[in-house]
Design a protein around this ligand. Structure first.
Ligand SMILES: N[C@@H](CCC(=O)N[C@@H](CS)C(=O)NCC(=O)O)C(=O)O
Length: 229
């Protein structure tokens, strides 16, 4: 039974989808990041980066969502493209592009637009430009390809889905520019595994308020000492 440490945020949701798609037995363990649970010593022993998701699979402990989805795909042999250099090379490129481009730039775009107490035009412009640029690259790719790699649904699509399903909420009026991203996100969201992944959160009550405790917990560098809970 895999222990899956999660919240409802985009990076954990990629892993939830993978676990469901692969039919793996897992125990979802909520980490309420708005209450500072990510900073507790017992959680830091699992994930020294104090973020979600993480998994514990027997004697294997892992953090970082894209590493986890690749691990699960290799463990099960499911949802990987054919193991040829011509397929594996692009698979690694797109998986890392989602990890190092889509996630961080979209996350910082949200941060400076919605959470930063000062509206810093330079930061907002930079992250909006970079977030839209990254989504534009994915959209152009998906305009020519049904899936991110090869002609079948893979873990790269699952990794993308964590963020892609939220594009309308996150990018607002800009979302209309990314019709091919929407096409893939909608296709994946309609899958039974995605519906089950989305429903995991109903088993736990997560704090929803973005109050001082939440800001101290999630942005400790800007809001003083973290709430160690
Ligand atoms: N590179 C990490 C990033 C994880 C991450 O930023 N997780 C967010 C949720 S999507 C989180 O834990 N936020 C709470 C916090 O920053 O305290 C991954 O892909 O797993």
């Amino acid at each position: 039974m895999i222990k899956f440490y999660y919240s409802t945020a985009p990076n954990p949701m990629k892993v939830a989808l993978c676990l469901e798609e692969m039919g793996l037995a897992y125990e979802p363990i909520p980490v309420d990041t708005r209450k500072g649970a990510q900073h507790k010593p017992e959680y830091l022993a699992v994930n020294p980066n104090a973020k979600v998701p993480s998994i514990v699979d027997g004697d294997v402990t892992m953090f970082d969502s894209n590493a986890i989805v690749l691990y699960l795909a290799e463990k099960t042999g499911k949802f990987l493209p054919p193991n040829t250099p011509a397929q594996r090379g692009p698979m690694l490129s797109w998986l890392m592009f989602v990890a190092s481009g889509i996630g961080p730039f979209t996350g910082q775009y949200v941060h400076f637009k919605s959470y930063a107490p000062e509206k810093i035009a330079y930061a907002m412009n930079r992250y909006e430009f970079e977030a839209l640029r990254h989504w534009g690259i994915v959209d152009a790719h998906l305009a020519k390809n049904k899936y991110m790699v090869g002609d079948a649904y893979t873990v790269v699509d699952m990794a993308l889905w964590g963020w892609a399903r939220l594009v309308p909420n996150i990018l607002g009026e800009h979302a209309a520019k990314f019709a091919s991203v929407k096409r893939l996100a909608d296709e994946i969201s309609a899958r039974p595994a995605a519906q089950k992944a989305i429903a995991i959160k109903d088993r736990h009550a997560f704090k929803t308020e973005m109050d001082e405790e939440a800001k101290r917990s999630m942005f400790p560098g800007n809001y003083g000492a973290q709430a160690a809970g």
